[in-house]
Write a protein of this length. Structure first.
Length: 296
């Protein structure tokens, strides 16, 4: 992606909204694209660009759903479009600090941890009567069928001749795929939950005065799936805050979660590889080692 061109598009979006030029224009690279922060006085927006075709449309739908469900702020969508071959979305700039910068203070950590886990628990209480959401917008009452829909194309990608996955990792993913029914069996009876799908705390803002959640950002493949697809991300950033452990104290998960935690996380990485071409052999090998240590 052409960084100067992206900045120009973002600046034009700012001018379209406020009829004046921006004083601040900060552009940052993310996994799925670029984010531009623009401000002039009290007028502030965020413009996001995606490398993945169709990602912007997914985020628009996810943000609209999240805003209806969660009690904390979610960025408002001003408009979205395509210019010079780039998809982009223009969002409200929420005030707050990224939660991965939460101070190492016991009171601040406790307040944030309680507030954020309560928000997630309330989010996961939202179920769909038709079950689990499929990629075509339809639903299935069966988690196994839904998982095949979510990850079947990912499995075919990583097993293809053109994928970067080594033969050893392909064998390990094949074993995972063949054992998916057994691994998912303990939660096969459970209902769906609406999930953010990338809810690690780097995608959460906190209020530096109250230490409560000030915003929930950057949903990935949100929808009515299984809540453990969210819980696995709570281990990803700042494990010292013990967000995942507090969630588990508040909400019982069925037997076998430690196995499923690594199972879901491995498939999540494979999905990102399919979407963006990302691949890290050592990272994935280490994750399989963690998975294998749990099941032994």
């Amino acid at each position: 992606m052409n960084k100067p061109q992206l900045k120009t598009i973002a600046e034009n979006a700012f001018f379209t909204m406020f009829r004046r030029k921006t004083d601040v224009c900060d552009i940052q690279e993310t996994f799925y694209g670029w984010v531009v922060f623009l401000a002039s006085g009290k007028s502030k927006i965020v413009v996001k660009f995606s490398r993945e075709i169709g990602r912007i449309g997914k985020e628009v739908a996810s943000l609209e759903q999240l805003r209806k469900i969660v009690s904390c702020p979610v960025p408002e969508i001003y408009f979205f479009g395509r210019e010079a071959g780039y998809d982009y979305i223009v969002l409200d700039w929420l005030d707050g600090v990224s939660a991965h910068q939460l101070p190492d203070d016991s009171k601040a950590v406790m307040i944030f941890r309680e507030d954020y886990t309560d928000i997630l628990l309330a989010l996961h209480e939202h179920q769909h009567p038709q079950g689990f959401e499929l990629s075509n917008g339809e639903f299935s009452q069966h988690l196994g069928s839904a998982f095949d829909d979510w990850m079947g194309s990912v499995y075919h990608y990583l097993m293809s001749a053109g994928s970067p996955f080594s033969s050893k990792l392909k064998e390990k993913f094949t074993d995972l795929w063949e054992n998916r029914t057994k691994i998912l069996a303990p939660i096969a009876h459970e209902s769906s939950s609406f999930v953010h799908d990338d809810c690690h705390i780097a995608n959460v803002l906190f209020d530096p005065t109250t230490f409560k959640v000030a915003g929930l950002l950057d949903p990935c493949d949100s929808g009515f799936k299984h809540r453990e697809l969210d819980v696995i991300h709570l281990f990803d950033v700042r494990s010292d805050l013990h967000i995942a452990e507090r969630y588990l104290e508040k909400s019982h998960l069925d037997d076998g979660f430690e196995e499923r935690r690594h199972f879901f996380s491995l498939w999540d990485d494979a999905k990102h590889s399919r979407n963006m071409g990302w691949y890290n052999e050592q990272w994935l090998t280490n994750k399989f080692s963690q998975y294998e240590s749990v099941i032994q």
